[in-house]
Design a binder for this molecule. Structure first.
Ligand SMILES: *[C@@H]1O[C@H](CO)[C@@H](O)[C@H](O)[C@H]1NC(C)=O
Ligand SMILES: *[C@@H]1O[C@H](CO)[C@@H](O)[C@H](O)[C@H]1NC(C)=O
Length: 475
């Protein structure tokens, strides 16, 4: 039922169910001793992982966010809810607040001039329309029935908040649109998140663009703009990221936005009730700062597969780019995190530690900085400090598989294979189709002399390979 996905060099995954969908075929390289292959993967060009998912983030909302808004219902007076479901009480309790300090402008009052001089590249804005979505799109083409009839057999990509962002802004579970509507829209993955359609092809390869008539300031240009089709039930969304100039139009449903830092508008969203929307995003950055971010990401992508000496040179360029960012935004936690990560790769642990600590100081919820620091401490042969940082990460969240991967590897390296096995098991709960976790688990069993469990684990690996629902973490 499923098309194989192209290997874009990052991690692929599928999700577990009685009817597993084949996503990518894994070449199982690590038959013998698995090398420490879990490296925290921060990904490609456009979107960047920043902190925890929106779901965990709610605990710190009021302390932390400078900006926050909700797009309200009443989007479609004529079409009602289009067959999409309203949020339930529990969801509203969790996410519905009246707090919003973003400008809200009626489209009738918003001219191109005002938009260009007040908002573009300056600050976020919510544009409301007197007749709802009717004023800028044909909502009749976006109801459950209409989409199912027209596009039921088309492919869509969906996924959870963090993994979508990790993949540079793309879903990774591929199903037909009808399958998605019938099953996934109402299902949750291993970490309890609903699947969110985040697809960069679906919309542009459909007749839906004909239904769109945006105001002049949201004009779409071929070759300049990308489009993203969004659909998800209550609680689906994407975690923090940022990108070039973009707008997001909600057709049915309600979307809560979390925005923070004046330095770059990082944002995450959560859907309240079934929510369907279209995103239009510039392919290239325009502001100076964002241009450097994009250049740096492209450089990192081009580094894959380079020889050592070439890579070294590229890394030196990367360091220059990142440092030039500090010139514009000296207090940006992400930039410090990246510099720290890079210094760690370049084996300059003192500098790595400084920058990672700075990132943590700027953003105490920046788990990835903590995880990177743990790995630096490990390289500095300070296992005590490393372990306490790993434990800090585990304490902060039980939903980030990277923590179990790295902590498990650490325990293995410390000669504590039994504990490593326990930690890998936790990782497997989050990522049951990851061959890498299973290989590491088997190895941990072997080393601890637990041959029976090692054999059992090997059996599972063999079965997984047969049904081809596995993937390898390999970057
Ligand atoms: C979704 O699941 C809920 C409870 O699990 C159920 O009440 C509801 O009918 C389901 N909706 C659809 C469209 O399957
Ligand atoms: C649609 O696809 C065309 C052709 O690939 C591309 O030039 C254009 O930028 C795309 N538009 C959107 C809005 O995605």
């Amino acid at each position: 039922m499923t098309k194989p996905m192209p290997d874009n060099g990052t991690m692929m995954k599928t999700y577990s169910s009685n009817n597993p969908r084949k996503v990518s075929q894994s070449a199982s390289k690590s038959e013998s001793i698995p090398k420490p292959l879990y490296k925290l993967i921060i990904v490609s060009s456009i979107l960047l992982v920043i902190v925890l998912t929106a779901f965990e983030f709610r605990y710190v909302v009021f302390e932390y966010l400078s900006l926050l808004h909700i797009v309200k219902l009443d989007l479609n007076p004529k079409h009602g809810n289009g067959g999409w479901r309203e949020p339930d009480e529990a969801t509203l309790q969790l996410y519905d607040t009246g707090i919003c300090n973003i400008d809200r402008v009626n489209a009738v009052d918003l001219t191109l001039d005002i938009f260009e001089s007040t908002y573009r590249h300056r600050k976020p804005v919510i544009v409301t329309f007197p007749n709802g979505a009717e004023d800028w799109i044909n909502p009749g083409k976006w109801t459950v029935e209409s989409l199912k009839t027209e596009y039921g057999d088309r492919w869509v990509l969906s996924g959870n908040a963090r993994e979508i962002v990790r993949r540079g802004g793309s879903g990774y579970v591929e199903t037909t649109f009808e399958e998605y509507l019938n099953d996934l829209l109402n299902e949750s993955d291993q970490i309890g998140e609903p699947f969110y359609v985040f697809d960069r092809d679906f919309y542009n390869n459909s007749y839906l663009p004909d239904s769109l008539k945006p105001p002049p300031y949201f004009k779409i240009q071929d070759g300049v703009d990308d489009s993203i089709f969004f659909l998800g039930s209550s609680g689906s969304g994407v975690s923090f990221h940022k990108h070039a100039d973009a707008w997001n139009g909600v057709i049915f449903g309600r979307k809560k936005w979390f925005l923070y830092t004046p330095e770059s508008v990082y944002h995450g969203t959560v859907n309240l009730g079934d929510t369907i929307a279209i995103g239009i995003q510039k392919k290239e950055a325009v502001t100076e700062v964002e241009k450097i971010f994009y250049t740096e990401r492209k450089l990192v992508e081009s580094m894959r597969g380079l020889k050592e000496d070439e890579k070294k040179k590229a890394q030196e360029n990367q360091l220059k780019l990142l440092k030039s960012l500090l010139h514009f935004i000296p207090e940006n936690a992400e930039v410090h995190m990246r510099i720290g990560e890079l210094y760690s790769e370049l084996n300059d642990f003192v500098q790595a530690e400084n920058h990672l600590n700075k990132a943590r100081q700027l953003d105490k919820f920046f788990l990835i900085a903590t995880l990177n620091l743990a790995s630096v401490k490990q390289k500095m042969v300070d296992p005590h400090a490393a372990e306490s940082l790993y434990r800090e990460c585990m304490h902060a969240t039980s939903k980030l598989w990277d923590v179990y991967a790295q902590y498990g590897d650490f325990l293995l390296a410390q000669g504590r294979p039994k504990e490593a096995a326990e930690i890998y098991r936790k990782g497997i709960e989050l990522e049951p189709n990851s061959l890498a976790f299973w290989h590491h688990l088997r190895y941990a069993h072997e080393v601890s002399g637990n041959l029976e469990d090692a054999r059992e684990t090997q059996k599972i690996i063999d079965e997984m390979k047969l049904v081809e629902i596995t993937y390898d973490i390999d970057s």
